[in-house]
Design a protein around this ligand. Structure first.
Ligand SMILES: [Zn+2]
Ligand SMILES: [Zn+2]
Length: 409
């Protein structure tokens, strides 16, 4: 049977809720979205939302791993494990993200993601890779292995771009060669981003002129007015933060796990940047859905160690080492921490990332003609069922597991 009818729930559209909706899908695509009629003549298998929500699948453009696997482990199995873990948390489109590492490790990551993509057994659909590490600033490398970072060299990154997999490309704006990197990434139609950087306003403006339009995890591993003062002296200069807040063509993302950013910062980002330019990302590492303990961030052979306390990762020096939560958690955290409407919150986890990476024609919202990437959520926004292209994947995470844990860090 090709038809699916999602009923008995409110559909979450980009700009409003549609109560008592009927969403019909056929051959993996959304065929109609309307208010349910008393006597429907549509055929197909009924998917009962049980009074909850019919939501678009989430899109995560910044994610390192889950369920014990890091995308940098370099095997197809690791890629599939991490993707399936995130699908259980509502992510239906995923962009596996590199850490710092050797050229060989990054090439291996791309190779394994390419193979997993064509095997199509990943749950969450791989729509591309985020080339994140290795082009970070040495003073903003965060929990990534320092010896795996370097400045961009054309010969190296052109090999990565040639795979055709990279759709999001990060580089710190102050590095030698950054502008050429941004131009190359723009030519490849990537979302071009600046992250793990201590860039000044002037450097950001040059990066912007070369095509940079996004900043990774706002407030984390990025410059501030005091950090620029330390680097470049007086007069005090504006930083990445002011550049994003002032320039309406820039987008950014927050790690809304409740551990990286306090509620007022999430509300500030939402209010100042808005749901059309602010994305939710998980930035999740391999400890997602695993018990507290010691894990490697990045490749399992030589990635840097961190400690998961069951809520977040901690680097040995006491700084945060990325999140261990799925997108469902980020969505719930935004609902408790901010004044954003539910359609606005879901937009930041679906349509906004789709628009920024250029896949909004086929994904990102419950819209006729788009792929049937659909979630059934309960009224507390727990993921109950997950459909990718109209095919149900292993269902959602039951409340009570690590990733639905609430509370302060
Ligand atoms: Zn980072
Ligand atoms: Zn990250």
């Amino acid at each position: 049977m090709n038809h699916l009818r999602f009923v008995n729930g409110s559909a979450i559209l980009p700009d409003r809720l549609l109560p008592n909706a009927e969403v019909v899908c056929n051959r993996g695509k959304i065929e109609s979205v309307e208010r349910a009629r008393k006597r429907s003549n549509s055929k197909g298998q009924i998917i009962d939302a049980e009074g909850g929500f019919i939501a678009p699948g989430y899109i995560d453009i910044h994610v390192h791993g889950g369920d014990g696997a890091d995308f940098m482990d370099g095997t197809v199995e690791a890629v599939e494990t991490a993707c399936r873990a995130h699908a259980r948390h509502g992510t239906t489109t995923i962009f596996p993200t590199t850490t710092t590492g050797s050229p060989k490790q990054i090439a291996c990551m791309l190779e394994s993601c390419g193979q997993a993509k064509s095997r199509g057994k990943t749950g969450a659909r791989i729509a591309g890779v985020h080339l994140y590490g290795p082009y970070f600033a040495a003073d903003k490398v965060g929990c990534h292995a320092l010896d795996g970072r370097r400045s961009p060299v054309e010969e190296e990154y052109e090999r990565y771009f040639a795979t055709g997999l990279i759709k999001v490309a990060t580089c710190a704006a102050e590095l030698p060669g950054a502008e050429a990197f941004y131009r190359a990434a723009k030519r490849r139609r990537c979302l071009v981003t600046c992250g793990h950087s201590n860039a000044s306003w002037t450097e950001m403006q040059q990066a912007f002129d070369a095509g940079m339009r996004h900043v990774d995890h706002f407030w984390c591993a990025m410059s501030s007015v005091p950090s620029i003062r330390q680097r470049l002296g007086v007069p005090m200069q504006a930083s990445m933060a002011e550049f994003v807040l002032m320039n309406r063509q820039m987008s950014t993302e927050v790690i809304a796990d409740g551990c990286h950013l306090a509620p007022e910062l999430l509300e500030f980002a939402y209010k100042m940047i808005g749901p059309e330019r602010l994305l939710l990302v998980t930035d999740s590492n391999r400890a997602l859905d695993l018990p507290p303990g010691r894990y490697r961030f990045g490749p399992d052979s030589d990635g840097s160690w961190f400690e998961s306390d069951g809520k977040v990762g901690w680097a040995p020096n006491g700084s945060l080492a990325s999140s261990i939560m799925g997108m469902d958690h980020m969505v719930r955290q935004m609902r408790t921490a901010t004044s954003a409407s539910l359609p606005g919150i879901i937009r930041m986890a679906s349509l906004t990332p789709a628009e920024r990476v250029g896949i909004a024609r086929t994904a990102g919202s419950i819209t006729v003609g788009k792929r049937a990437d659909i979630l059934i959520l309960d009224d507390r926004l727990n993921v109950r069922r997950v459909f990718v292209g109209g095919v149900e994947v292993e269902s959602g995470v039951s409340p009570g597991t690590a990733s639905t844990a609430r509370g302060k860090c």
